[in-house]
Write a protein that binds this ligand. Structure first.
Ligand code: ZN
Length: 81
């Protein structure tokens, strides 16, 4: 399990595993994964937290992730404080 930050909103997240793993919210398995790595067809990958994943369309692209970043600058409540 790795710790990193969400590529969308930048909040610290933890990843329980790779693509094949589902989120482990609410499961008392000792893991607190709150994000997963999303691999796009163009070969890029982004680690995104659940709220950001939920905001992406079914077939997200790099542009969609960039939009998350921009939206976050305007609406984030997770930023400086
Ligand atoms: Zn996020």
């Amino acid at each position: 399990m790795a710790r990193d930050s969400c590529d969308g909103c930048g909040r610290p997240v933890s990843v329980a595993g790779g693509m094949e793993n589902v989120w482990t919210f609410g499961q008392d398995d000792g893991s607190d994964g709150t994000a997963m790595t999303l691999e796009f067809e163009d070969g890029t990958s982004h680690m995104l937290c659940y709220p950001c994943l939920a905001a992406l369309p079914d077939e997200p692209t790099d542009d969609d992730v960039e939009r998350l970043e921009r939206v976050d600058e305007e609406t984030s409540t997770l930023g400086a404080r």
